[in-house]
Design a protein around this ligand. Structure first.
Ligand SMILES: Cc1cc2nc3c(=O)[nH]c(=O)nc-3n(C[C@H](O)[C@H](O)[C@H](O)COP(=O)(O)OP(=O)(O)OC[C@H]3O[C@@H](n4cnc5c(N)ncnc54)[C@H](O)[C@@H]3O)c2cc1C
Length: 425
């Protein structure tokens, strides 16, 4: 698989099936042209193809090259920006959020079953608290889920029980649930791409889009060809620089980084993650970790809001891992990599339209496996004429920094210092 050289991850080393989709050469026609081969693009392509649309999808590098093929693999419920949505729409929006917040998990599960995608899906997730105030927040969460009838899937775990899930003394306790889980993110992408092509979607790799010519039927251009379509979906998230007049200055790319140890022996694997759940701490600048299918510790964290990558990812992440799991001090680090997430100030995913027929969706603030799949369904509904859910997001105003991207990123970095201080208190 010729994946771009800056991402030699555990995932690229363990893919099920290398992709070799052609480069776009010449002029094509489709109902819908999708730009970006991550989950937003692929989940939209799959849903649209299921409803009979002719779809062409263009990817700059390879399928899953962006965040979707590099992430922590934590499949987590939720919809970003609850406070901002509540502020705009009032308390009635709670039911809307509660309806959607598990939908992405369900779609991923449906896709895995329906299209026979092997991506190591396992259930179980624990949010871990360092502080009493964080435990109180988790208790509030637990009460909310219980009031929604999900109390049997969630369990508050005290300091005495947390070692059933994570072998560390770092935490006061946590909130465990068996509906979230973890998976091999790149194999999910590749499986969704295979499923989409099986339904007739035309995928083109090594085909960076250079411009969109707007009109009654927009034309999407690459260096070697074009796609004329009735509608376009722009799904490049933190990696694209298209249509900056409309979508520039509202999304801020931030780096987050992962290391993977060598495979741990059975005793060490069950010492560090006895229930094989995925785990996050609940800091704003959170760490996230889990075991891979071959029992490596995959440990991620250190959001970099400046947009710059650290020179040495291992040096940045290893001390964080050893603070939680000192027993891993002799484990060899086999892989280190990073990727870009799209930070949105109010955390509400950005959905919108440029003109009538160019849709965009971006900005999951690091919490994207679930949300991208929700969004793929919402975009498909919108293209089919059901605009209600799409409009809820499209009507939310986003804070725009009308300055070069690095100015915006540095402002966001400053803002995030506030949260880092809050985590320390
Ligand atoms: C290190 C890391 C860890 C993460 N951990 C988690 C996690 O554990 N759980 C979770 O839920 N989320 C996690 N996330 C976030 C999640 O991965 C993203 O929110 C999600 O993958 C975004 O999907 P996307 O399709 O919108 O964007 P991407 O996956 O980034 O895909 C965008 C694609 O568009 C392509 N593209 C850009 N410009 C063009 C162009 N001009 N022409 C053609 N193609 C173009 C890019 O090459 C790229 O492949 C993590 C992200 C990172 C980076």
């Amino acid at each position: 698989m010729s994946i771009a050289p800056d991402c030699q991850s555990y995932y690229t080393a363990t893919i099920n099936e290398p992709t070799s989709y052609p480069r776009l050469q010449g002029d094509e026609v489709a109902d819908i042209c999708i730009i970006g081969g991550g989950y937003t693009g692929l989940s939209s392509a799959l849903r649209l193809a299921e409803r009979g649309y002719a779809v062409a999808l263009l990817e700059s590098f390879n399928i899953g090259w962006g965040a979707s093929g590099r992430n922590g693999g934590q499949l987590l419920n939720g919809l970003g920006g609850r406070p901002a949505l509540r502020k705009k729409y009032g308390a009635d929006i709670e039911a809307f959020i509660d309806r959607l917040c598990w939908r992405g998990n369900e779609i991923v599960e449906e896709n895995i079953k329906k299209y026979d995608i092997e991506c190591d899906l396992k259930y179980g997730h624990i949010d871990c608290a360092f502080k009493d105030r964080q435990m109180r927040d988790l208790e509030t969460e637990f009460e909310r889920f219980s009031s929604l009838g999900m109390g049997d899937r969630f369990r508050m775990v005290g300091a005495d029980e947390i070692n059933e899930h994570v072998g560390t003394r770092a935490y006061k306790g946590g909130l465990y649930n068996d509906r979230d889980g973890h998976l091999h993110p790149l194999n999910l992408c590749l499986g969704e791409a295979r499923a989409a092509t099986g339904l007739g979607v035309k995928i083109y790799e090594q085909s960076p889009v250079t411009s969109i010519a707007h009109g009654k039927e927009p034309v999407v251009h690459t260096e070697h060809g074009s796609v004329r379509a009735k509608m376009v979906i722009l799904a490049g998230n933190a990696y694209h620089l298209l249509e900056q007049k409309q979508v520039g200055g509202v999304l801020f790319p931030a780096g987050t980084f992962i290391i993977a140890t060598e495979p741990l022996d059975d005793a060490m694997a069950s010492n560090v993650m006895p229930s094989d759940a995925a785990a996050c701490d609940v800091n704003e600048m959170l760490d996230y970790y889990r075991l891979s299918a071959d029992k490596r510790m995959l440990y991620g964290g250190r959001c970099n809001y400046s947009g710059r990558d650290p020179k040495d990812i291992k040096a940045a992440i290893l001390p964080r891992m050893l603070r939680v799991f000192p027993q891993l001090k002799d484990a060899r680090i086999d892989f280190q990599w990073g990727g870009k997430i799209g930070i949105v100030i109010n955390r509400v995913p950005q959905l919108g339209r440029i003109g009538d027929n160019v849709y965009y969706a971006q900005g999951y603030s690091g919490h994207g496996i679930n949300q991208t799949h929700i969004v793929g369904e919402i975009l498909t509904d919108a293209i089919c004429g059901q605009m209600e859910d799409f409009d809820v997001f499209a009507k939310v105003k986003h804070w725009k920094i009308p300055a070069p991207r690095w100015v915006g990123n540095n402002m966001v970095a400053l803002g995030m210092l506030y949260y880092r201080m809050k985590d320390l208190l």
